[in-house]
Design a protein around this ligand. Structure first.
Ligand code: ZN
Ligand code: ZN
Length: 174
């Protein structure tokens, strides 16, 4: 969703609130693509702080489906964050002013998805487990061991060896 800030920018001291929604329904990052399972509209407060500056504030809540690090099943991951920053509406006009990354601004349009994206990355948990004692996948057959025992003999199998074992088995089949 794009918010046009032109009107707000024409009145110094003016402030407005916008009900905004995300356009994206999945979150793409280097680690993968996570479906967005919940993203309620949220309120963006914006006020004209003079000299083409706009201070913005929003409390955002979204939920992503992130695969468990061990068994790869989707885990609902709730992410809450607050955006509180001053943006400069027209970077081309802001000579001499230190401008941080503002790729979410296109002229006077504020792109909500681009504004929120880095915040999601920053707030993603480093580790995702479906439950603390997740049993993971069987290194031999790939079965999800949370759903029960698959019957494989894993007694002598070092998990680090499973890759080598796979290569060996593939060679035998050829
Ligand atoms: Zn798991
Ligand atoms: Zn197995």
């Amino acid at each position: 969703m794009l918010i046009n800030l032109s009107e707000l920018l024409s009145n110094e001291g003016d402030s407005r609130t916008y009900e905004v929604t995300l356009d994206m329904n999945e979150f793409k990052c280097s680690a993968g693509v996570y479906p967005i399972v919940e993203a309620k509209p949220f309120t963006l407060e914006a006020s004209n702080a003079g000299k083409r500056k706009v201070s913005i504030h929003a409390d955002v809540h979204i939920a992503l489906a992130v695969p468990c690090d061990r068994c790869l099943e989707d885990v609902r991951t709730d992410i809450d964050f607050t955006i509180d920053r001053v943006i400069i509406a027209d970077v081309s006009d802001s000579e001499g002013i230190e401008v941080e990354d503002q790729s979410f601004m296109d002229g006077h349009d504020l792109d909500i998805d681009k504004l929120v994206y880095p915040e999601i990355i920053f707030n993603l948990p480093a580790k995702t487990l479906c439950r603390p004692d997740c049993q993971g996948l069987c290194p031999r057959c790939g079965a999800n061991l949370n759903h029960g025992e698959c019957g494989c003999d894993r007694s002598s199998l070092d998990p680090r060896m499973s890759v080598i074992q796979d290569i060996f088995n593939n060679r035998k089949e050829v």
